[in-house]
Design a protein around this ligand. Structure first.
Ligand SMILES: C[S@@+](CC[C@H](N)C(=O)[O-])C[C@H]1O[C@@H](n2cnc3c(N)ncnc32)[C@H](O)[C@@H]1O
Length: 175
């Protein structure tokens, strides 16, 4: 897979997204799984505060970035592979899925079931939509089975007015 420059993982954009998202409280002290982290830098500033942070990414081009990150953060792990084939037995306190749902090659019910298997009771799912309709069927399943505790636009202020990109972030709690 080719690694092209991706603006949403640039330093400034990550600072902006951290500011808008405000998800630190769901990461501190938790076992976290991030699916499709790209370069792995979006939530880097919170890695030291987590109990463990696992990156799951199919694009091997990012492995060199993860090797560097692992040198800095001893609680960081990574696996090169897709969500479809992830066979981890352990479950997580928080699962982060930013703009990755539409890339997953499973039907919506199976995606939900796998999230549910990987998420601990009382845990949080932080999920951002993509700009396509693929796999949007996951969201009604999340609404039905989990409690939605936050809902926000991915961008606000001038970024929102520019309408370059239109995404939402939802935070669910599993009872
Ligand atoms: C649109 S990018 C989002 C990157 C990052 N989450 C962000 O918000 O900046 C989608 C990411 O998901 C990864 N991805 C694609 N298919 C995937 C799959 N089946 N399982 C897990 N990740 C996948 C891509 O390689 C890429 O890093």
């Amino acid at each position: 897979m080719k690694h092209t420059h991706y603006i949403r993982q640039s330093r400034l954009f990550c600072m902006y997204r951290n500011y808008v998202l405000g998800i630190q409280k769901y990461l501190t002290g938790r076992d976290v799984l991030e699916v499709g982290p790209n370069k792995g830098v979006l939530f880097e500033k919170y890695y030291p505060e987590t109990k463990s942070y696992t990156l799951l990414e199919p694009n091997r081009a990012f492995e060199k970035d993860y090797v560097q990150l692992k040198r800095k953060y001893s609680n960081l792990q990574y696996e090169i592979g897709g969500f479809e084939t992830f066979t981890e037995d352990k479950s997580f306190d928080t699962i982060v899925m930013m703009a990755v749902i539409s890339h997953i090659r499973m039907d919506s019910q199976k995606i939900f079931e796998k999230i549910d298997r990987l998420l601990k009771k009382g845990g949080h799912l932080i999920v951002e939509t993509n700009n396509t309709k693929r796999n949007l069927g996951v969201f009604p399943l999340l609404e039905k089975n989990y409690r939605k505790i936050e809902s926000k636009a991915s961008y606000n202020g001038p970024m929102k007015w520019l309408k370059i990109d239109d995404r939402s972030v939802f935070i669910y709690k599993k009872a």
